[in-house]
Ligand binder design. Structure first.
Ligand SMILES: N[C@@H](CCC(=O)OP(=O)(O)O)C(=O)O
Length: 469
């Protein structure tokens, strides 16, 4: 589904619903791997441009940045490990260069970020050095993480820095990031960083207290959402606002995506106000103390302390599958038939060439691909499709995403062997590097078998020959 169609669906759903489903009060236990570490909690804090720079003058919000530093130092003194994901390179760069508005051209923003990033780090270094707290700069692009070895190297560097009591300060490497290799926004980057450090908590600090059922600036009846268990269900029920300032790239849409990503990795995620960073300490106390087992009853106990808590998934994706699903850039799409989709989800096996009907995009072996199943879909009266996505230029052609994986063959090779049995690959290509197109160990499924069955019931197969007559 396109972003515009998604937004339209969310807005339509909001009209019919007054308040979101609040999670059932079931005591929640963090994943075991987190219980075993000998430290306190591992906490990732993401701070957006609106908490760093004045949106008009671009002057740094020094008192706020000082509070962030104080908060992080206090968390560390309580035994927690902290990673800071910060935006602000462009905002600070604009001020240094005396440019009044963020330019539209990517190349100019890359140059401005190159100026601002150094200044931003110097600012953090000055603040943290008041507490004798060493900091480290980590600049990432999606490309850096696409290679498994580099991804693991980056994870190890994070781990080593945390072991050395250093605060890693992370931003996207804007200077070399172009559209294809961008995380896009620092909300997503912070969720990926949280997955990389096996964080317990991710805090997305922003310019509102929490997630609301509607935009609180325009709708006084908007209600605070305190606990979220199912982000998909929540999306159907509330109206999510677009970016709020001229410098930020995020807004609530990207916060929900980040929360989805982080909770899938087992990270409990919070939205809280960035202008009162000290609240992070209160929230950690309210939620985590005296143990790290979250009890939903503890959330929202203090009525004055507003925040939204997204509960981590009870069965998070394993590290490798999570990396395949979220860490790597998808260079292309492999279209499979329903039989292959069913087999992938039922038997949890590998993807073979026989079930492939089409390949889209240009990729080489070992790049990431999206695996989809396409279908004909009757349009609703408004012309919107009900779910999944639609292929460009073909309004009726819809797709459902089955999973993500690393391809064993290039797009050109797959185009030649699609629909053929594995034993024919050597004849067709002159060699056979692998029996399957995506090995089961390199495949992260996005649907369960039950979800697939429900989807099939809703979308019975259309006989295209019958349709044509
Ligand atoms: N990497 C960019 C930040 C991009 C971004 O996501 O900004 P924001 O929506 O304010 O978190 C910068 O440092 O200016």
């Amino acid at each position: 589904m396109t972003a515009a169609a998604a937004a339209a669906n969310v807005a339509a759903a909001a009209a019919a619903v007054t308040a979101p489903t609040i999670a059932q009060p079931v005591p929640f236990k963090l994943a075991d791997r987190r219980l075993n570490h000998r430290h306190g909690l591992t906490i990732v804090l993401k701070i957006g441009t609106s908490s760093i720079c004045d949106p008009v003058t671009h002057l740094p919000l020094l008192s706020n940045l000082s509070s962030v530093a104080e908060t992080i130092v206090a968390l560390k003194r309580s035994g927690h490990r902290v990673v800071l994901v910060t935006s602000g390179a462009i905002g600070v760069g604009l001020r240094c260069l005396n440019i009044s508005q963020k330019p539209k051209e990517v190349i100019k923003n890359q140059a401005i970020a190159a100026v601002g990033q150094g200044k931003l780090m110097s600012l953090y270094d000055t603040l943290f050095s008041q507490f004798n707290q060493p900091v480290a700069q980590i600049l990432l692009t999606r490309n850096d993480l696409a290679d498994r070895t580099q991804y693991i190297n980056a994870c190890n560097t994070f781990e080593q820095l945390l072991e050395m009591d250093v605060i890693p300060i992370v931003n996207e490497n804007d200077t070399i990031s172009t559209a294809e290799i961008k995380f896009g926004d620092n909300d997503t980057l912070s969720a990926i960083a949280a997955g990389m450090v096996n964080a317990d908590y991710l805090f997305l600090l922003t310019d509102v207290d929490c997630l609301y059922t509607d935009n609180p600036r325009s709708n006084p009846d908007a209600k605070a959402v305190r606990v979220v268990e199912d982000i998909g269900a929540l999306r159907e029920q509330i109206k999510v606002s677009a970016p709020g300032t001229s410098l930020g790239t995020g807004g609530m849409v990207t916060k929900l995506i980040a929360a989805e990503l982080a909770t899938a990795a087992g990270v409990t995620t919070f939205i809280a106000r960035g202008s009162t960073p000290g609240n992070v300490i209160k929230i950690v106390d309210e939620v985590a103390a005296p143990t790290i087992n979250i009890n939903v009853d503890d959330i929202g106990k203090s009525p004055d302390l507003l925040y939204t808590c997204f509960l981590a998934k009870r069965h998070p994706l394993g590290d490798r599958k999570w990396w395949i699903r979220h860490g790597i850039h998808n260079a292309g799409t492999v279209v499979i038939d329903r039989g292959a989709a069913r087999a992938l989800l039922q038997h949890k096996g590998s993807l073979f060439s026989a079930g492939i009907t089409d390949v889209q995009g240009n990729f080489v072996a070992q790049q990431g691909v999206r695996i989809i199943c396409t279908y004909q879909h009757a349009q609703t009266s408004s012309g919107e499709s009900e779910d999944a996505g639609s292929e460009d230029g073909q309004q009726q052609q819809q797709y459902v995403i089955i999973g993500y994986g690393l391809a064993n063959y290039s797009s050109t090779e797959i185009a030649r062997i699609k629909g053929h049995h594995s034993c024919e690959i050597a004849d067709l290509l002159g060699y056979a590097d692998a029996e399957c197109i995506v090995h089961r160990d390199n495949l992260a499924r996005t649907l369960s078998l039950e979800e697939w069955q429900q989807w099939e019931d809703k979308h019975p197969e259309v006989d295209e020959d019958d349709e044509a007559h």
